[in-house]
Design a protein around this ligand. Structure first.
Ligand code: F6R
Length: 612
């Protein structure tokens, strides 16, 4: 949430900053801005996207080899030119970009107003730069000391970069609960919210830890200290990212590219962890905590959004295959309801970005209560990956489309392997079934590829429902979380109101909504409770609902009742979610496109939700 990029070195900063902002735009696109120093400190910012900023900055003075850029997801203050970052101190000397929320900004603002400061924006960020200014001028401090003194007074979350007109050879960066990465180049430093803008400049990065302040200088110095002034030794890591992974690769949208990548990304997630020829699954991250997880009183899964849906699939998987009780929690609710978590519980956090603030907070709470923390994460080196005791990366590559697709199937692939691995180790699934599941998992990428081939039919169905105002998604068992995920995908990118329900729950309320204008998408691939699903579909048809059924290839009963059917290949029931979600992703994509929506950057949303 909010993209931060900064540069100091010998090259012109502007093209580096703009390119970096384009890479980070998926983190927020309410407004964009840059500040560049070249004797004078020039700030250009405006409402809208990076392309609007480029137009706005055209023919302005863009000279300078030190600067910073920001793309905003609004928290305090509406998205407009004034609230856009960077923000300047009252004396115009200091400039800041910020991701996060300063929770005590109102109290600080009041004190600063009494001290004579005036504010132009509604943001918490402007308060912070005025506070830094106040402390700098009171103590005649160098910028990094003023930043340190100010952060000691701040409550909240931040990743910031600060630049001082009077000290033009230095950038100061700090983080608490919002990510920040330093890139170490040849005679230059880069700073960014995540590694995506860095990869074309350097492979050497340092992930700042919470409570650290970094100072990077034009002559190649990098110093990291804690807020209480203890010098830290930077841990330089090598990036494992490729530029191609961050480009659209010929697709019209990142979301489409990411949908189509899934045969490859699912296979990538299984690589080295599954061998059907030899008949085994081994999830490396489990090795260090196998006993603790096998004997856990409970697995508590904490996640948000699509990752929470992957957690719901895991509840079915772990309970059925490994007979371990599972609770799936919205991370935001777990954090704030004084939950009962003990030392024999294992908390599994699922997160694509590894930076979701609610999930991170839930983990911190669970850590305090002594639970083992296991992370299932995509972004390597992210905060969740670092705070957990053990974990597994899903290895699906950067996900740029705001609507999560390949991360979901990566998460479910990983969770399926974990449940099968644990089930076999615990003896809760027989060897023959274990081997069937192992073999079937290996077939999943080809089966996903086959579904992708039927996208023309799904596109046609999209054209039939694109004008609906509401939609209902129904599924049972393993397909219930997929109904939720289908509804989330549709609503977030096409702005059609959509709800997901367990199919049997429909008669307890939602059935009242059904009429001839209501598309009802039924995921009906289940072998168990098949007749019950057929009855649910009959109930919808009896009320003139338009039924779109996702069925298993060769199915002949539902296909006759439903208005439209989408066939997917047969698989073992616990693995169905990996297939049944694919048509729903394609359907949402096409509906959104036909409604003229911005598929990759849906309104009000941002990737990587780093505020609580
Ligand atoms: C929906 C979507 C969000 C995320 C949620 C959690 O398509 O992308 O619901 O799933 O914000 O994000 P992560 O997985 O990064 O913790």
């Amino acid at each position: 949430m909010c993209g931060i990029v900064a540069y100091i070195g010998k090259k012109q900063a502007y093209p580096i900053l703009i390119n970096g902002l384009k890479r980070l735009e998926y983190r927020g696109y309410d407004s964009a801005g840059i500040a560049i120093q070249n004797g004078t400190l020039n700030v250009y910012k405006c409402k809208g996207k990076v392309n609007d900023l480029i137009k706005h900055a055209q023919s302005k003075n863009l000279e300078g080899t030190i600067g910073m850029g920001h793309t905003r997801w609004a928290t305090h203050g509406k998205p407009d030119d004034i609230n856009a970052h960077p923000h300047q101190s009252g004396n115009g000397r200091l400039v800041i970009i910020h991701n996060g929320i300063i929770e005590n900004y109102a109290v600080l603002k009041e004190t600063l107003i009494k001290a004579g400061h005036t504010f132009t924006s509604q943001t918490d960020t402007e308060v912070l730069i005025h506070l830094i200014e106040e402390l700098q001028s009171q103590g005649n401090l160098p910028v990094e000391e003023a930043v340190r003194a100010a952060l000691a007074k701040v409550v909240g979350a931040y990743a910031i970069v600060v630049m001082d007109r009077e000290d033009p050879n230095k950038l100061v960066a700090a983080r608490k609960a919002s990510p920040l990465v330093l890139g170490i180049g040849q005679d230059e430093f880069h700073i960014a919210s995540d590694a995506t803008p860095l990869v074309e400049h350097t492979n050497n990065v340092v992930y700042l830890n919470d409570g650290e302040i970094a100072v990077v200088t034009r002559d190649g110095e990098m110093q990291i200290k804690t807020i209480d002034n203890k010098v830290q030794t930077p841990f330089i890591q090598e990036l494992d990212l490729k530029i191609e992974e961050m480009e659209k690769g010929g697709y019209e949208h990142f979301m489409l590219k990411e949908i189509y990548e899934q045969p490859k990304t699912i296979a990538e997630c299984m690589r080295g962890r599954l061998n059907a020829g030899e008949g085994w699954i081994r999830v490396g991250g489990l090795a260090t905590c196998m006993e603790r997880i096998s004997n856990a009183d409970r697995l508590i899964i904490a996640a948000c959004g699509t990752s929470w849906h992957a957690g719901l699939v895991a509840e079915y998987l772990f309970e059925e295959l490994a007979r371990i009780p599972v609770e799936v929690e919205y991370a935001s609710e777990l954090r704030y309801r004084n939950p009962i978590i003990g030392k024999k519980d294992v908390v599994i956090a699922i997160s694509q970005s590894g930076e979701t603030a609610d999930t991170l907070s839930a983990l911190e709470l669970a850590k305090d209560k002594g639970a083992l923390l296991y992370g299932i994460v995509n972004s390597v080196g992210s905060s969740i990956a670092r705070i957990t005791d053990a974990g597994s990366y899903i290895h699906v590559g950067p996900e740029i489309g705001v609507a999560s697709t390949k991360a979901f199937t990566g998460q479910v692939t990983l969770l399926s392997m974990m449940a099968i691995h644990l089930g076999y180790r615990k003896g809760t699934i027989p060897k023959t079934y274990y081997q069937t599941l192992v073999e079937e998992m290996e077939n999943i990428p080809n089966k996903v590829a086959k579904i992708l081939e039927s996208s023309k039919k799904i596109e046609y169905i999209a054209s039939e429902i694109k004008d609906a105002n509401n939609a209902l998604f129904l599924g049972r068992g393993y397909n219930f979380p997929i109904a939720l995920e289908g509804a989330l995908k549709l609503k977030e990118i096409s702005y059609i109101h959509a709800e997901g329900y367990p199919a049997a729950e429909m008669k307890h309320g939602p059935i009242a909504l059904i009429d001839e204008n209501m598309p009802v998408i039924v995921i009906a691939t289940n072998k168990s409770a098949y007749e019950k699903i057929v009855s649910n579909i009959q109930e919808v048809k009896a009320r003139k609902g338009v039924v779109i059924a996702i069925v298993t290839e060769g199915e002949s009963v539902i296909s006759k009742i439903a208005d439209y059917t989408i066939e997917i290949p047969d698989t073992e029931e616990p693995l169905t979610p990996l297939l049944s979600v694919i048509p729903l992703q394609i359907l949402s994509y096409h509906v959104a496109l036909m409604r003229g929506c911005n598929v990759d950057q849906p309104r009000n949303l941002a990737k990587s939700v780093t505020v609580e």
